[in-house]
Design a protein around this ligand. Structure first.
Ligand code: AR6
Length: 168
């Protein structure tokens, strides 16, 4: 799996799938979640509502998939990151699960390129450096015959620099 690092807006990325840092309601919110729903249009929310009706809320660390509405991507994988708290071990495992479960779901859809935002490092306050290390380690450890490329899309310079150092 190739790993690429860019700074930018994930809603503009032409990948088979972009990942959304959602919340367990799956019904939208602020940050990257708000941006994806705004740019993607109502189809994404309608599919999220169908998933909610079928399976209920999405637990932290789990992932679900919808189409991508008006976005250039084909799919949106919605995963729920952990809210940072004092239990570092638990938060770290849950964050790793977000990356793992998103990649597993991507594989099951035959997805070749996946773009990730820096899950949990905004409103959910996960320390950026710790989150970056977990993201890179989890992706590097994921063996796939299907996924060819993972793109880390950083929205801010700080995360971009952190990822650059980790990937070097
Ligand atoms: N493209 C790429 N990355 C972005 C974009 C964008 N358009 N916008 C923000 N980011 P956050 P969380 C970055 O807060 O911490 C929502 O309300 C941002 O700079 O979006 O997982 C959900 O509904 C940060 O580095 O997600 C949940 O309630 C990263 O995306 C809650 O926020 C994640 O920040 C989830 O919090």
């Amino acid at each position: 799996m190739n790993i690429e690092l860019i700074k930018g807006d994930i809603t503009k990325i032409h990948a088979d799938a972009i990942v959304n840092a959602a919340n367990s309601s799956l019904l939208g919110g602020g940050g990257v979640d708000g941006a994806i729903h705004r740019a993607g249009g109502k189809q994404i929310l309608e599919e999220c509502i169908l998933i909610r009706n079928r399976q209920g809320k999405c637990n932290t660390g789990q992932a679900v998939v919808t189409s991508a509405g008006n976005l250039p991507a084909k799919y949106v994988i919605h995963t729920v990151g952990p809210v940072w708290n004092d239990n570092e071990e638990e938060s770290s495992e849950l964050l790793s699960n977000c990356y793992k479960n998103s990649l597993q779901l991507a594989e099951s859809f035959g997805i070749k390129t996946v773009a990730f935002p820096n899950i949990s490092t905004g409103i959910y306050k996960f320390p950026k450096e710790k989150a970056g290390k977990i993201a890179v380690e989890t992706v590097r450890n994921f063996q796939s015959e299907i996924i060819e490329k993972v793109i880390f899309v950083c929205f801010d310079d700080e995360n971009k620099e952190i990822y650059k150092k980790i990937l070097e």
